[in-house]
Design a protein around this ligand. Structure first.
Ligand SMILES: [Zn+2]
Ligand SMILES: [Zn+2]
Length: 271
């Protein structure tokens, strides 16, 4: 009798919003986990990792998407999270230029790693594929992480989804994908006009409708789960985002498991 060893991909959202920060963990059995963004306070981040049974030393590497504080809070300290726990950090050249100007000498150069558009990095048994995305930041990146069992794509904080990103993420098993706002709620939010224009612009954030349109091209019968992320607290709600995306995918003949990452607090996805 054979005992089949089933390897699974676990995905944790530690927090997912501009209000409370963004950090996600990808963790495939028997490997060390990867951290995508670290937009929490040091204490919140350590506590969230503890909640999923990890200590900071377990993290093999951090992949930073861009410099907005809701993605890098724990990096912007006198002793950044990565420095305190000796964790290598991958980000674009544009991010590092920004970081070195604002936090010079805070991070040991041996922990600093550049990843470029369409570059693949092999680390800890994963292949991480970086891609540039349209957002108002310094060379903002998204990531696709390939494990042995499956692949996970991270695309949040982007104004639209270019063909190169669609090609890279189409048909993979797990998509952590931005559904930032409901267009009507955003327009009627009472926010300053410039802010509304920024959010809804080409270098802002994906609306529920944008996410639904893009996902209708990314999802295939191989897609196991879509995890809607980075929802606006004031201009969206999980039920609306899930319905808009679910209806569109259903109309295209797809019925993947659709989940919503909560704005704050730890939540587990994947297998
Ligand atoms: Zn953000
Ligand atoms: Zn951003």
């Amino acid at each position: 009798m054979f005992l089949e060893l089933v390897i699974v991909m676990r995905i944790f959202s530690l927090s997912s919003s501009s209000s409370y920060g963004n950090a996600y963990v990808v963790w495939e059995d028997s490997k060390r986990p990867l951290l995508i963004d670290c937009g929490l306070s040091l204490r919140q981040l350590v506590n969230a990792l503890t909640e999923i049974g990890l200590s900071p030393e377990d993290i093999a590497a951090i992949f930073v998407t861009h410099e907005h504080s809701d993605h890098v809070r724990a990096m912007c300290l006198k002793t950044p999270f990565a420095q305190k726990f000796n964790i290598p950090v991958f980000a674009s050249f544009g991010f590092w230029k920004w970081f070195q100007a604002r936090h010079p000498g805070c991070l040991d150069p041996c922990l600093v790693h550049c990843i470029e558009d369409q570059q693949r990095v092999e680390i800890s048994g994963y292949t991480v594929h970086g891609f540039l995305k349209p957002h108002d930041a310094n060379e903002p990146m998204g990531y696709r992480i390939d494990g042995v069992s499956s692949s996970v794509g991270f695309a949040m904080d982007l104004g639209y989804v270019p063909p190169s990103v669609k090609n890279l993420l189409r048909g993979i098993e797990y998509l952590v994908f931005e559904a930032n706002h409901d267009v009507e709620m955003e327009i009627n939010s009472g926010r300053p006009r410039f802010l509304i224009q920024r959010v809804m612009g080409k270098f802002g954030h994906l609306s529920n409708d944008d996410a639904a349109d893009a996902l209708s091209r990314l999802v295939t019968p191989y897609t196991k789960q879509v995890i809607l992320s980075h929802l606006s607290i004031d201009c969206n709600c999980p039920e609306i985002a899930e319905r808009v995306v679910g209806d569109k995918l259903k109309a295209c003949g797809y019925k993947p498991d659709i989940k919503v990452a909560p704005a704050r607090g730890v939540s587990g996805f994947g297998a």
